[in-house]
Write a new protein. Structure first.
Length: 565
């Protein structure tokens, strides 16, 4: 996210906090609009009628007017574009909200020198303090190539006795200074005791002295000594996220990593009638565990009946991330220079059995898979469930999909698997080129974020951000999906996505991923009155204008929750 976009996002958050949500109008007529419905049979209209928070008519002004009484509130939208409420099919909303009220650099740092000022301010202001640990998130991945500079800046001097924890923007990497490593017991002796398999998650020198960098499982030892946010702060983060996302036109989302503190925060908001968004929560499970679904089933019952919150699925990690120096994404061909194949994080047979059981119990399986092997094994598990149970209709989903073998592309449609893409990442820049291309097999590199190929093969594409990892601004993501431009050119122009396909990805298709397509995701009679009003015709403006789209107002269930036309 650029600094200008971040300023607009903060302004949107403040505006959301200043505009009270109105009670649902008895009858409401929204007229004089360019309406995109996301309904294939009738995608365009000019007016919408609402009664008691639900849509009763969509069509011409005459058709919509005839559906309400003479006392209906009439709102002239001034020819602006009215969209279905936007939906994110993979977003860590509570964690993202905590970054809003904490210290986060939004992947915008240039170098370690600039980071020094950020850490100092995070410590001075208290925004970055987790207990006595200075914690800063959103660190660009390129910074991890400079661990000597990080140690020079933060492992001595003013930070000799001050623990510092830097979290990578990808959510999989991090760095701890010497004071925090000492507290965690992360030293050469600790690393020497580990097997070579476990040691690979850490950065260290020839004498096994750690340099502070760690990835995935290697972060656990450090995270244990970083105090987590308390319930009040978690709730504040959740509220900040709801308001912020409404300012971006987002009215619903799938939270794929909803732990118990996050669920409690959602429930607290719901009890205060402040959860003004539809949330489908998924619970992290580990297929290799003896009873992997036990906790998810218990939490589903525990949170049943909470307003606007459903627990209808489980989240699985198939692998890690592909970028150097992490290289934990599971690949079929080894990474150059290191010979690593990455890490497949489950036993394929155990994962397949878990998919069978989850499908039978009505739980959606939502799998993180970045490497081509991780994607293939995830498809194999869902195929096992389809064979065992028949087509349950459950929208099992694979997310991220950085590399997909051509042979696996048709399987998405055949198995009814939703492809949840974060196409803001499909940019010709450092992360997709410099940290990836020199290391992966040249045969698979062109198949990076192959969204157009999946679309043309009949797959259902759902839009997602993975926020806090990257911006949840839908229009930035649609721009990127359409252009695939970056500082270094274009990342395979042949994988560009049509704009209307991306609007469907962030509306009706994302609603399918949530199993809520019957009530949200499009503008159709009987559905909830969830809308995003924007300041330009997002179907026709040039791409460079699309990315600057502003949300004027957001409605959820007939209530204006952001702005008011």
């Amino acid at each position: 996210m650029t600094r200008s976009n971040r300023r607009r996002s903060i302004a949107a958050l403040l505006a959301a906090l200043l505009v009270p949500a109105l009670a649902p109008a008895g009858e409401l007529l929204l007229r004089h609009a360019h309406v995109y419905t996301a309904e294939p049979g009738r995608p365009y209209a000019e007016a919408v009628a609402v009664r008691d928070g639900r849509i009763v008519a969509v069509g011409s002004e005459g058709e919509a007017t005839a559906a309400v009484g003479a006392g209906a509130e009439v709102v002239d939208l001034g020819g602006r574009t009215l969209l279905p409420g936007l939906i994110d099919s993979h977003i860590h909303a509570v964690f993202g909200g905590l970054t809003l009220i904490g210290a986060d650099v939004h992947d915008e740092l240039k170098d370690v020198h600039e980071l020094e000022a950020v850490v100092a301010e995070a410590r001075r202001s208290g925004r970055g303090m987790s207990g006595d640990v200075v914690e800063v998130s959103g660190i660009p991945l390129e910074i991890w190539s400079h661990t000597d500079e990080l140690n020079a800046a933060f492992s001595g001097g003013a930070y000799e006795r001050v623990p510092v924890y830097l979290r990578g923007m990808d959510g999989h990497t991090g760095w701890a200074n010497a004071a925090l490593r000492k507290r965690a017991g992360l030293d050469a002796a600790y690393l020497k005791r580990l097997s070579a398999e476990k040691r690979k998650y850490y950065g260290y020198d020839r004498a096994f002295a750690p340099n502070g960098f760690a990835v995935d499982a290697g972060l656990e030892v450090v995270r244990k000594v970083v105090p987590p946010p308390d319930a009040a702060r978690t709730r504040a983060g959740a509220k900040a996220a709801v308001d912020y996302l409404h300012g971006l036109g987002i009215t619903a989302w799938l939270d794929p990593l909803a732990d118990e503190p996050a669920l409690a925060a959602y429930r607290a908001l719901a009890e205060a009638h402040e959860l003004t968004a539809h949330v489908a929560a998924h619970i992290l499970v580990h297929p290799n565990d003896p009873e992997p679904l036990k906790q998810a089933l218990a939490l589903r019952e525990q949170y049943r009946g909470v307003e606007n919150l459903t627990i209808n699925g489980v989240k699985v990690f198939a692998d890690g991330v592909v970028e150097y120096p992490s290289q934990t994404a599971a690949m079929y061909a080894p990474y150059a220079q290191t010979g690593k194949l990455g890490d497949l994080l489950f036993d394929p047979a155990r994962y397949a059995q878990m998919c069978i059981d989850a499908d039978r119990l009505g739980l959606v399986v939502h799998t993180h898979a970045i490497g081509d092997r991780a994607v293939a094994e995830s498809l194999n598990g869902i195929e096992a469930a389809r064979r065992a149970n028949g087509d349950s209709g459950l929208p099992h989903t694979i997310t991220h999909l950085q590399f997909v073998r051509p042979v696996d592309i048709p399987r998405f449609r055949a198995l009814g698997v939703i492809a949840s893409f974060q196409l803001l990442w499909a940019s010709a820049g450092t992360d997709a080129i410099d940290l990836v291309q020199p290391y992966v097999d040249p045969a698979i590199y062109p198949w990076q974020y192959p969204a157009r190929s999946l679309l043309e093969a009949g797959a259902t594409i759902a839009g997602a951000s993975d926020w806090f990892v990257s911006s949840p601004n839908v229009f930035l993501a649609i721009y990127q999906a359409e252009t695939r431009r970056g500082a270094k050119g274009v990342l395979d122009a042949g994988q560009d996505m049509p704009r209307e396909a991306m609007l469907r990805a962030y509306t009706i298709n994302a609603a399918r991923a949530m199993r809520q397509q019957d009530r949200i995701g499009s503008i159709a009679p009987g559905k909830e009155a969830d809308f995003a009003l924007v300041d330009r015709d997002v179907l026709t403006v040039p791409a460079e204008q699309l990315k600057d789209t502003r949300v004027v107002a957001t409605m959820v269930g007939g209530r204006w929750v952001y702005g008011a036309p």
